[in-house]
Design a protein around this ligand. Structure first.
Ligand SMILES: [Zn+2]
Length: 219
């Protein structure tokens, strides 16, 4: 059986299992969505939003792209944000990056000739890497530089979102959080809490000190 066929068969089993556990699940799902969270994550196949948070269909409004970037001038990004805030009225926006991110790694390397769209997309990330080049240069390995830049990238996207008029003037204004996922243990770590708007600045400052960034913060 080919892979797409296997996926379709698996879907039938999944739907039957859900319906067996909750006979009203799909009839409720069909009445409409009311997610409380907009998730902006990386396209990486290893960081599926619903799976890593034990969320169900209907819980998350999801936007994923390479390196979980927010581009205020991109209609794809902006249409998702606009719909999430003005129609769904989500209470939370979660930016979720991950360690070992290929998009972040690419921003630290020369542009790849075969990837012009990726190159253009990650230009702001390259600029962020330049801004923090002295901090990154002090780290002992490429892996450490990628992981630190992945953290800084989450903080930067949180900052951009918090400053955007759609978010600032939202009614109610959503809380913007920054998380990072570890592929090594499957755990999420909070870098910035929407309940504490100073936390992003504190985390950014802590990025200069590897010992401090190791301490997780919780709302
Ligand atoms: Zn990634």
């Amino acid at each position: 059986m080919n892979l797409p066929k296997r996926m379709l068969v698996a879907n039938v089993a999944w739907a039957q299992e859900i319906a067996r556990r909750d006979p009203q699940f799909f009839s409720t799902l069909a009445t409409g969505q009311k997610p409380q969270v907009l998730w902006i994550g990386c396209s990486d196949s290893r960081v599926p939003a619903e799976s890593v948070t034990h969320c169900a269909p209907g819980d998350l409004f999801v936007h994923r792209n390479i390196a979980n970037l927010f581009h205020p001038d991109d209609d794809n990004n902006m249409s998702v944000l606009e719909y999430a805030l003005r129609v769904l009225r989500v209470a939370h926006i979660i930016v979720c990056g991950h360690y070992g991110c290929g998009g972040v790694r690419a921003s630290l390397l020369p542009p790849a000739d075969a990837l012009p769209h990726v190159n253009r997309r990650i230009e702001p990330l390259c600029a962020l890497a330049q801004t923090h080049r002295s901090t990154l240069a002090r780290l002992p390995s490429e892996e450490a530089r990628i992981n630190r830049l992945a953290e800084l990238n989450v903080i930067e996207q949180v900052r951009l979102l918090r400053e955007h008029p759609l978010v600032r003037e939202g009614e109610p204004a959503p809380l913007v959080h920054g998380w990072i996922f570890s592929l090594n243990d499957g755990q999420l770590r909070e870098l910035a809490s929407g309940y504490d708007v100073e936390s992003a600045k504190a985390t950014a400052a802590a990025c200069a000190n590897p010992l401090r960034i190791a301490q997780p913060t919780h709302a």
